[in-house]
Design a protein around this ligand. Sequence first.
Ligand SMILES: Cc1cc2nc3c(=O)[nH]c(=O)nc-3n(C[C@H](O)[C@H](O)[C@H](O)COP(=O)(O)O)c2cc1C
Length: 185
Amino acid sequence: MDVSAAIESRRAYRSLKRTDITEDLIRTLAQSASLSASCYNHQPWKFVFVYEDAVLEELKTALSKGNDWARNASMIIAVLSKADDDCVLGYRKYYLFDTGMAAALLILKATELGYVAHPIAGYNPEVAKSVIKSPDDMEIVTLIIFGKHKEEIDPILSEKQRNDEITRPQRKPFNEYACLNKYCL
Ligand SMILES: Cc1cc2nc3c(=O)[nH]c(=O)nc-3n(C[C@H](O)[C@H](O)[C@H](O)COP(=O)(O)O)c2cc1C
């Protein structure tokens, strides 16, 4: 799969079926993330790959109500960082940008390998941090819900989630987010 195909076929699917997780797979995903660019090569990201049944089930207690679909995850990847681990240039704190770029590469690699890797914000960060035994000063930037896409739509999905499963949510047109030569928005 080339980059364009991975970008186009990546989707935040919510109908998931179980799949086996191996350490080889985890190392492949981690390696893709680690090749991302970062300010001064600080590599401020940390990933906790949770796939052992007992810990995975405990981590699922951190999910928000609207994310019940994610209980079918085969793995949840906690993505962590903190401002001090990356460039801080005045108001520009690069840790979230760099960690987001690394997560995007991991997600594209997962897509290429035929998996769903769906980042979410709907979780209780304190519960999640406690389950994975994160140091207090780290921030969980996102949880990536990982599994295989199931063709049959999960009955747990809301109507909107069901629609999003079938038709990709619309994107803003070019002129609502992009300009030529001068800021225009
Ligand atoms: C930072 C972030 C937080 C998100 N949080 C949630 C979430 O809590 N629950 C959920 O179902 N989807 C969540 N999503 C998925 C988006 O809703 C989805 O990416 C968007 O609707 C576009 O759909 P697509 O990724 O399939 O193109 C999140 C995505 C991102 C990047």
